[in-house]
Design a protein around this ligand. Structure first.
Ligand SMILES: CC(=O)CC(=O)SCCNC(=O)CCNC(=O)[C@H](O)C(C)(C)COP(=O)(O)OP(=O)(O)OC[C@H]1O[C@@H](n2cnc3c(N)ncnc32)[C@H](O)[C@@H]1OP(=O)(O)O
Ligand SMILES: NC(=O)C1=CN([C@@H]2O[C@H](COP(=O)(O)OP(=O)(O)OC[C@H]3O[C@@H](n4cnc5c(N)ncnc54)[C@H](OP(=O)(O)O)[C@@H]3O)[C@@H](O)[C@H]2O)C=CC1
Length: 292
């Protein structure tokens, strides 16, 4: 096992911010990196907002929220991430972006730093092969929203060694999470099952079987889902949903994973969901309004 005291998070979007949030609450010193200082500051502001939500719900007290925020520092350069004990990549779901991040990190890594990716679907084995330490590389797949979702999916690459696996499981448990193991195949378990369902809901809209509201209402009341599949797609990010479908389609070579043309159209329009203000719903007003 490796002793983790400092955690680096690369990507300060909804997931990177959430991971930094729970690591800081778990007592770890966190260094948060993104492409610009304004992105990092936006991520830290989001963490502050979500900590305040938890204080208002008496999930944590103000002192814990303040202490957690104080443990998070902005790492404008990737060098600071290299000096951490565990570096978690949570950037855009694009294999070339992720590989470029690990290549940029390489020269600054301590000899025993562990590397992890929060990727939704991309091969851990392939990402690990771009580093000098595939045996100390693992998939740590948090779920959205990170402060609330109990699961962390653990994905071992073909070379991941036992100490790295055991350290990753212990680390996730130290954050109050429950782990499940998935083999390193496209989209692992959660997204292999969940995202094709979201894609199918988009096909249902595309083919005119139901409206946006009918589809989400049907699944919330008919299957007891907390969010309808279209609302969930907006919550995840339609760019991420499309990336995952493409990983499944190309990785498993089965036409049943072809992305719905309507999903492609929304992503091409930049209508990515909540994070851009508009997806299958328009979030810019008082209440979300269907965009189709
Ligand atoms: C894509 C991948 O790679 C893998 C994935 O993550 S797949 C996606 C997995 N996630 C899901 O399926 C989420 C499904 N949705 C849900 O479980 C719920 O709708 C939810 C937990 C997101 C919100 O639960 P809810 O009770 O309906 O919402 P709500 O009452 O607004 O929130 C309850 C509390 O949770 C917290 N919360 C809600 N949304 C949050 C968020 N996005 N971030 C942080 N905290 C949040 C807040 O404390 C909130 O209290 P307030 O809003 O009053 O401050
Ligand atoms: N969304 C979800 O529900 C879940 C997503 N994931 C995975 O987590 C990862 C992040 O997803 P999510 O947070 O939703 O994505 P977001 O788009 O919200 O955030 C991604 C962040 O990474 C930044 N980024 C892009 N390139 C770099 C780089 N080279 N160095 C540093 N930062 C960079 C982006 O900046 P910019 O916008 O300027 O490009 C953006 O701020 C993805 O791999 C995704 O599949 C896992 C579980 C759930």
């Amino acid at each position: 096992m490796v002793d983790i005291k400092t955690v680096g998070v690369i990507g300060a979007g909804q997931m990177g911010s959430g991971i930094a949030h729970v690591c800081a609450l778990g007592g770890y010193d966190v260094r948060l990196h993104d492409v610009s200082r304004e992105r990092i500051d936006a991520g830290i502001a989001l963490i502050g907002k979500n900590l305040a939500r938890q204080v208002s719900r008496n999930i944590i007290d103000q002192a814990a929220a303040d202490a957690a925020l104080a443990r998070i520092s902005a790492a404008e350069n990737v060098e600071a991430i290299g000096q951490t004990d565990l570096a978690i990549e949570a950037a855009t779901e694009n294999e070339e972006v992720k590989k470029a991040i690990f290549r940029s990190l390489q020269p600054h890594l301590k000899p025993d730093t562990l590397l992890a990716s929060n990727t939704s679907s991309i091969s851990i084995t392939r990402l690990a092969s771009t580093t000098d330490r595939p045996e100390r590389f693992i998939g740590l797949h948090f779920m959205n929203p990170v402060p609330l979702m109990k699961l962390v999916e653990i994905i071992r690459g073909i070379a991941t060694d036992v100490p790295t696996y055991e350290t990753a499981v212990a680390f996730a448990k130290s954050l109050g999470k429950i782990t499940s193991n998935a083999e390193d195949f496209p989209a692992f378990i959660v997204n292999r099952v969940l995202v094709p369902m979201i894609n199918e809901a988009i096909y249902t809209l595309y083919e005119g079987v139901g409206t946006v509201e009918a589809i989400d209402t049907a699944m919330k009341l008919g299957a007891n889902h907390p969010m309808g599949p279209l609302e969930l797609g907006d919550f995840i990010g339609l760019d991420t949903v499309l990336s995952i479908m493409n990983v499944l389609y190309e990785g498993l070579a089965d036409s049943k994973y072809r992305p719905c043309p309507l999903l492609v159209k929304y992503v091409e329009a930049g209508w990515l969901g909540k994070k851009t203000g508009r997806g299958f719903y328009d979030y810019r007003g008082e209440v979300p309004v269907p965009t189709r």
